[in-house]
Design a protein around this ligand. Structure first.
Ligand SMILES: *Cc1c(COP(=O)(O)O)cnc(C)c1O
Length: 395
């Protein structure tokens, strides 16, 4: 049998693992930050209608520039963030992962470097590697916030071409203050011309306003968003970004022709017609997220402040054993490789109840106090150039 290492792989891909959150068939799945609510029936009907319309034109290539969709996305962003963006400032692709890949193809690549502050969304590192961009793993504080002075020092040492800031951060749930992003932007651009990418995949779930208004007067800033989480449409594959129109022009240099199918565009447009209904689910999920934080703290867990639709909690001497024990009670959550911690996505009230019951049962045997838990190897001291990359990718 041929193994992939027998093939003439690019050196930097040897020994790497593909992205892979376990997909197990258990009663309660709270492991990939999906929205637990299926799309409402009237929206399903509207999608069928719009897709049928699109199907009549499937003999033709799709609108290459997805103008109608980008216009609707721009209107959505303008309305929900209070910062007006135009169609020429918005770009869409098959998931924000594709947007990030396009950005790295344009601004990263061989001989170039990207940095992120870990633990964070490990696709930033994986897509960097996939595009031949060197990856630098910056560190966070012990409480998973970004230490501004430390991060600035890491940027000055690394001289990156692309800086990733994930806010709210996956897998910790931590939001990043606007002042922090500004400080990192100023620092990075003082070192050399580069791009700062703010990944706001969970922006709609935050207690804080979007970082989108920071785009004004900052052509090297990009904010990425997705319909996978807040819009409850992970299966759709639709991500987008807002940035200076020049950045939108730049990604056209690398995007595949007709990358966004007519069916995708039609489905996303239908979903955008139901924005208010879908944002109603977001409000429910935010309340459930806050309840998870409170109740986990009540049990005695150490819980990281969350601005996303998931919660990081611990600590455990053996987080994998704790993950297993919760799974044995029929609840699948995520061990993303942060020492001593696990992550649970907010589900429906009933799913969260089932999880909390399991978490309560598991606490006595597996829970420990933060100082006695495994050392958080990912949070090196501020100013340390590189922490360790979490072993597993995080959705
Ligand atoms: C889920 C997630 C994404 C979304 O990826 P899509 O390709 O849009 O599904 C992007 N960034 C972060 C941090 C995420 O957690």
């Amino acid at each position: 049998m041929t193994r992939i290492d027998d093939l003439p792989l690019r050196e930097e891909l040897r020994g790497q693992s593909p992205y892979g959150a376990p997909q197990l068939d258990v009663p309660v799945r709270l492991n990939t930050n999906e929205n637990p609510y299926p799309l409402p029936e009237p929206l399903v009907a509207r999608i069928a209608e719009r897709v049928a319309e699109a199907a009549r034109g499937l003999n033709r290539y799709p609108d290459r520039d997805a103008v109608e969709l980008r216009t609707r996305l721009a209107a959505y962003l303008s309305r929900t963030t209070g910062h007006t963006v135009g169609t020429d400032q918005v770009w869409a692709a098959n998931g924000s992962n594709e947007v990030i890949q396009q950005l790295l193809q344009v601004f990263g690549g061989p001989g170039r470097t990207a940095i992120g502050f870990e633990p964070s969304y490990s696709m930033h590192a994986l897509i960097s590697r996939g595009t031949g961009t060197a990856w630098i793993s910056g560190a966070r504080n012990e409480d998973f916030t970004i230490d501004v002075a430390g991060a600035a020092a890491q940027i000055r040492a690394a001289r990156p071409d692309v800086v990733f800031v994930c806010s709210p951060n996956n897998p910790t749930g931590t939001a990043v203050a606007a002042e922090t992003v500004l400080e990192l932007y100023e620092t990075a651009l003082a070192v050399k011309p580069c791009m700062v990418v703010v990944d706001e995949a969970y922006g709609e779930f935050s207690h804080r306003p979007s970082l989108l208004p920071l785009l004004a007067g900052r052509p090297n800033l990009v904010v990425t968003r997705t319909m996978s989480k807040a819009f409850g449409a992970a299966g759709l594959r639709l991500g987008y970004m807002a940035a200076d129109p020049a950045v939108v022009d730049a990604v056209q240099l690398v995007r595949l022709p007709y990358h966004l199918s007519s069916v995708n565009q039609a489905t996303a447009l239908a979903a955008l017609e139901y924005t208010d209904t879908l944002l109603g689910y977001v409000e429910q999920l935010k309340r459930e997220r806050d309840r998870l934080v409170d109740e986990l703290r009540g049990i005695g867990y150490d819980v990281t402040e969350s601005d996303a639709n998931f919660v990081q909690f611990g600590t455990f001497a053996d987080s994998h054993a704790a993950w297993r024990a919760i799974l044995d009670r029929g609840v699948l959550i995520r061990d993303v490789g942060v020492p001593g911690r696990l992550r649970v996505s907010a589900g429906t009230p009933a799913e969260n109840d089932a999880f909390l019951e399991a978490a309560r049962a598991v606490f006595k045997e597996h829970g420990t106090q933060p100082d006695t838990a495994a050392a958080p190897g990912t949070s090196a001291q501020p100013g340390t150039p590189a922490g360790t990359t979490t072993s597993e990718a995080t959705a």
